[in-house]
Design a protein around this ligand. Structure first.
Ligand code: PGA
Length: 258
C-alpha cells in the first residue's frame, strides 16, 4: 500500500484580494471535502493574504489543511528590498513554500543554484518545500525532457541527504501545460513521475523514493484530476486556474480519494 502523502495544493498566483481568498476558503469548507489519512490540502496564497488565509484555515479546523507561500528568500533578514524571509512567513502560519515555479524561473530569472539555497533554508525551518520542475515545449518536442528535468533535480535538490529529501514535495509541471488548457496525457505524466522516482531510487534507494510525494501540475482540473491521480506515481496536484473556484477545487480535492 502507498504510504506517502497525497497533496492537492492550490497555487493562486497573483490573483484574488485577501477578502476574496478568505471567501473562497470559507466556501470550499462548506462543501466539507473529506481530507484525512495521508491526504493534505495546501492553499498557496500571495504574501499579503497569508495571515487572513491562516485564520480562515484555522476556523475550518482540519489539521490536514495547510497554508503555503508561493516563494521565499533564503537569507534570514537584511537589505533585500522586496523579498520575504521564512521567519516572516512562519509568523503568518505558513508551513509549505512553493519554489522554482516555472513563472519564477522565466520572469524572475531564478536559477537552479538559487533554488538549492532556498530548499536548504526551507528545510532548516522544518517547512515543506514544494519544488517545481518541468520542461518547456521545445524540450518536449526534442524528446529531451528526461535529461532536462534530471538536471533541475540534480542541481537543486540532489545535494540533500536522505532524511532531508524525504521532506521535499516535487511538483512536475510541464511548462507547455501550465495555464494553457493542454494537460499532459496521463501517460506522459506517469512516465515522467516514474522517471523522477527512478532517479530518486538510484540515488537514495527505493524505500526513500517511495516516500516522496510527486505532484502533477499543468491544466489539472475537475474533469481530469481523478485519472491523473490514479496513476501509480502521481500523488496529487499543484493547481493554478482550477484552484480559484470552489467547485472545481473541491472536485480535485475529492479526486485524491479515488
Ligand atoms: P494551471 O497552473 O493549473 O493554471 O495550469 C498550474 C501551476 O502553474 O502551478
Amino acid at each position: 500500500m502507498k504510504m506517502r502523502k497525497n497533496i492537492v495544493a492550490g497555487n493562486w498566483k497573483m490573483n484574488l484580494t485577501p477578502a476574496e481568498g478568505v471567501a473562497l476558503i470559507n466556501e470550499i469548507a462548506t462543501f466539507n471535502p473529506a481530507i484525512s489519512g495521508n491526504n493534505q490540502v495546501v492553499f498557496c496564497a500571495p504574501f499579503t493574504h497569508l495571515s487572513e488565509v491562516n485564520k480562515a484555515v484555522a476556523s475550518w479546523g482540519n489539521a490536514k489543511v495547510l497554508v503555503g507561500a508561493q516563494n521565499c528568500y533564503y537569507q534570514p533578514s537584511g537589505a533585500y528590498t522586496g523579498e520575504i524571509s521564512l521567519d516572516m512567513l512562519m509568523a503568518c502560519g505558513v508551513s509549505a513554500v512553493i519554489i522554482g515555479h516555472s513563472e519564477r524561473r522565466l520572469y524572475f530569472a531564478e536559477s537552479n543554484e538559487l533554488l538549492r539555497l532556498k530548499v536548504d533554508a526551507i528545510l532548516a525551518k522544518q517547512l515543506m518545500p514544494i519544488f517545481c520542475c518541468g520542461e518547456p515545449l521545445e524540450i518536449r518536442n526534442a524528446n529531451t525532457q528526461n535529461e532536462y528535468v534530471a538536471a533541475q533535480l540534480q542541481e537543486s535538490i540532489f545535494h540533500l541527504n536522505a532524511a532531508e529529501i524525504i521532506k521535499v514535495v516535487i511538483a512536475y509541471e510541464p511548462i507547455w501545460a501550465i495555464g494553457t488548457g493542454v494537460t499532459a496525457s496521463t501517460q506522459q505524466a506517469q512516465d515522467m513521475h516514474a522517471f523522477i522516482r527512478s532517479l530518486l531510487a538510484d540515488k537514495y534507494g527505493a524505500d526513500v523514493a517511495n516516500e516522496i510525494t510527486i505532484l502533477y501540475g499543468g491544466s489539472c482540473n475537475a474533469a481530469n484530476a481523478k485519472e491523473l491521480f490514479s496513476q501509480a506515481d502521481v500523488d496529487g496536484g499543484l493547481i493554478g486556474g482550477a484552484a480559484l473556484k470552489a467547485e472545481s477545487f473541491v472536485a480535485i480535492i475529492n479526486a485524491m480519494n479515488g
